[in-house]
Structures are given as structure tokens and as C-alpha cells.
Design a protein around this ligand. Structure first.
Ligand code: ATP
Ligand code: MG
Length: 373
């Protein structure tokens, strides 16, 4: 279904702050990538500033065009007001709901051959995106000894099973990407492919217990259905309590391949992992459903550096490559990953967050040059 001459329509939402600088950079990189499909970029309104102007952070027209006309999307970054603003709700949260993007997939990748080699890692965190404590069901009561606050944490078999299946599919896709990339390049060489389930079922035996058994059952049913040689037969299943997961992540980060986690643990461990690779400015993600994908850098709108041509465009550029990878174009995606790795390794066109002196535009230009070299 993916002919070479097909035009890919991508909805582009730069939204706020540095999103307006880094998303256009990612767009130009996509356009300059040899072997990439043809693109049609459709600019779409979203974000806090749009809310301030119009009263809507995510116009219905944006959602309609995404659903009816786009093959995929890219999101820049959204400012989150520090105080509650009447009538405002995050466009990202709403987009995930509207488009049923139930997984947030975050590769955290170091680059071999830099001074950080010792802490090198290349892992993908697959974070459940719809439930856990994020259903935001909290209560506050007056008890006999002062106030009592409670939060409900929801874990369902349905959501846990589908995130489990997604994690195994990510592990399979990575295995194939590894073969394409060859030794020593861009993709972790952990062998065999491995999925680590992150939980805390020694304490939360009911909720985390259900998460754990749901993910495991995807693997076990696959094995049984095919008499031991199922789709996931080449993948090792591992598990780790979230506390020891954090400890190992900092001590021996290279042991992890794919990690699957409930929403809150996924949030925390992926920010921790991001710290290991030097800057939020290099960490990408894709919001994934079953058939629609939206690339999004992990960082926020960085108001402290917005509008100064200082932001690191790598997170956005890697997110664009990740989007291509998930939309079924691994070859041009790999070219972008390699070009970014080359520029980081060379160290001459890095922005201030990576202790360089280059501007956003200079970093972008170096990546485009590396792509076509
Ligand atoms: P928001 O509320 O939009 O999340 P924030 O103040 O939390 O805004 P973040 O974007 O989350 O800001 O960034 C946290 C820190 O990391 C800031 O100091 C920011 O300058 C820096 N940072 C984030 N992204 C980048 C980037 N792409 N390049 C350089 N620095 C970045
Ligand atoms: Mg932030």
C-alpha cells in the first residue's frame, strides 16, 4: 500500500515557544532526506498562544483535518501555564484521546564514540498513555485528624494488553532495524531483543499485578498459539521492579532494549533516562495508536530560550525520523539517525545545551550536510 510515489500528508503543529523554531527545522530535514517519500506539509493551529488569541487550544478544524486528510503528524511543543487557566486544557492530551494514541514511544539514545561512552544506552521506553494515575480522579475529604486526599489509579486488562502487544511489536521492529543498520550503528546491539516489564507488583499486587500478567499473557499466548515458535519467539521477556529499574538504568543503562511501563513509571524513568544522554534537547518520541502516529520532541516550549535561535533541533529531527520509521519507512529514518549521530560525534555544530556554541540553524545545516554527504 506504500508506493514509492505516494505523497505523505503530514499535519504540522509547531504550537508554542521553541516548537516554532525546531519543527520547521525538522520539516526541512525531512525534505532533504535522500530516499524519503514525497511530503505534503499541512500547517495546523494548536497551542496555548492560540488559546489566548481565540479561546481554543485545539480548534475542531485541526482535529478534522488530522483525521480526514493526514497520514501522520508532528507536534512542536506546548507552553503549560503554571497556574490553572479557566477554559484551557492541553491540546496534546486531547489529541491523544481524539486520535487514540495510546502509546508514547521514547527512544533514549546515546552516541558511541563520545566522552559519554561509559554511560552509553540505546533503549526504547514504551509508556502507556491513557490510564494509571492520569485518569485524574482525586478526592479531598475532611477526616477526624485533618484532610485526607486520595487518588484512584486505574489499570485495565484491555489497555495493559494492548500496550504489551505494542512493546513486542516495537522490539520486533528494532530487531529488523538492527539488521539494516549493521554493527556499531544507530541501533542497540542487545541480543536477543528484549522486553522488560517495569512494575511494582510486590507492593501494588492488584493494579501492577494486572499490568504485569496482562503483558506477560501477550507473550505467553503468542508462544502457545504457535506451538513455541510464535511471532515473538526471538524476544526475551524480562521484568524489573521500578525502583531497581531506576538503579540499573543509572548503573548499567546498556542492558535495556525495550521497556514497557504504566503511565506514571514510564513518565519518570524516561525523564531519568533523558538525563543520561546529555539534554532534553535530543530526546524524541512518537505518540502511537494502531494506525496513526504523531512525532513529538520530549521537551517543552522552553520559554527561557524561545525566539533566540538557540534551541537544539535534534529532538525534533529525531522525532521526524521516528515518525518515518513507524509509518513504514525505515531506510530514510536510519539515514537521519546516522546523520544526527555523525554531527553529535563530530561535536562542531552543537547548541549550548550540549555545551556547543552553534545556533539552531547551524545545527540543522550540519545535519542536512551530513545527510547528503
Ligand atoms: P514547559 O512548561 O513548556 O515544559 P519548561 O520551562 O518546563 O517549559 P522545558 O521545555 O521543559 O521548559 O525545558 C526545561 C529546560 O531544558 C529549560 O531550561 C530549557 O531551556 C531546556 N531545554 C528544553 N528543550 C531544549 C532544547 N530543544 N534545546 C535546548 N534547551 C532545551
Ligand atoms: Mg517542562
Amino acid at each position: 500500500a506504500r508506493g514509492a510515489n505516494r505523497v505523505l500528508k503530514l499535519g504540522m503543529m509547531p504550537a508554542d515557544g521553541i516548537g516554532r523554531e525546531v519543527l520547521p527545522a525538522a520539516q526541512r530535514v525531512l525534505q532533504a532526506t535522500p530516499g524519503a517519500p514525497q511530503f505534503q506539509f499541512i500547517p495546523l493551529a494548536a497551542g496555548f498562544e492560540h488559546f489566548q488569541k481565540t479561546g481554543s487550544a485545539l480548534p475542531e478544524e485541526t482535529v478534522r483535518i488530522l483525521k480526514e486528510e493526514c497520514d501522520g503528524a508532528m507536534f512542536g511543543s506546548v507552553s503549560s501555564p503554571s497556574h490553572k487557566v479557566e477554559g484551557y486544557s492541553s491540546p496534546i492530551v486531547k489529541l491523544r484521546k481524539e486520535l487514540d494514541l495510546y502509546a508514547n514511544i521514547r527512544p533514549v539514545v546515546g552516541v558511541r564514540g563520545t566522552k559519554d561512552d561509559e554511560k552509553w544506552l540505546d533503549t526504547v521506553i514504551v509508556r502507556e498513555n491513557t490510564e494509571c494515575l492520569y485518569i485524574k480522579s482525586e478526592t479531598l475529604e475532611q477526616g477526624p485528624h485533618g484532610q485526607v486526599a486520595r487518588a484512584i489509579r486505574q489499570i485495565t486488562e484491555k489497555a495493559s494488553t494492548r500496550i504489551g502487544r505494542k512493546a513486542f511489536e516495537v522490539a520486533l521492529a528494532r530487531q529488523q532495524l538492527r539488521e539494516k543498520a549493521g554493527q556499531g550503528n544507530a541501533v542497540n546491539q542487545v541480543q536477543p531483543a528484549k522486553v522488560t516489564v517495569c512494575h511494582k507488583s510486590n507492593v501494588l499486587s492488584v493494579t501492577d499485578g494486572l499490568f504485569r500478567t496482562s503483558v506477560r499473557s501477550v507473550f505467553e499466548k503468542d508462544a502457545i498459539s504457535a506451538g513455541g515458535a510464535g511471532r515473538y519467539a526471538g524476544i526475551a521477556l524480562d521484568e524489573q521492579l521500578v525502583d531497581s529499574m531506576v538503579y540499573r538504568l543509572f548503573r548499567e543503562p546498556h542492558v535495556f532494549d525495550v521497556v514497557v511501563a504504566p503511565n506514571l513509571y514510564g513518565d519518570i524513568i524516561s525523564d531519568g533516562a533523558a538525563a543520561l544522554v546529555g539534554s532534553l534537547g535530543v530526546v524524541s518520541s512518537v505518540n502511537a495508536g494502531d494506525s496513526f502516529f504523531m512525532g513529538e520532541p520530549v521537551h517543552g516550549s522552553a520559554p527561557d530560550i524561545a525566539g533566540q535561535n538557540k534551541a537544539n533541533p535534534i529532538a525534533s529531527i529525531r522525532s521526524a525520523a521516528l515518525l518515518l520509521e513507524y509509518m513504514g519507512y525505515p531506510d530514510p529514518a536510519l539515514r537521519i539517525y546516522k546523520a544526527v549521530d555523525d554531527v553529535i560525534r563530530e561535536g562542531k555544530a552543537l547548541t549550548p545545551d550540549l555545551r556547543g556554541v552553534a545556533t539552531t540553524s547551524e545545527c540543522e545545516a550540519a545535519i542536512i550536510k551530513a545527510l547528503t554527504a
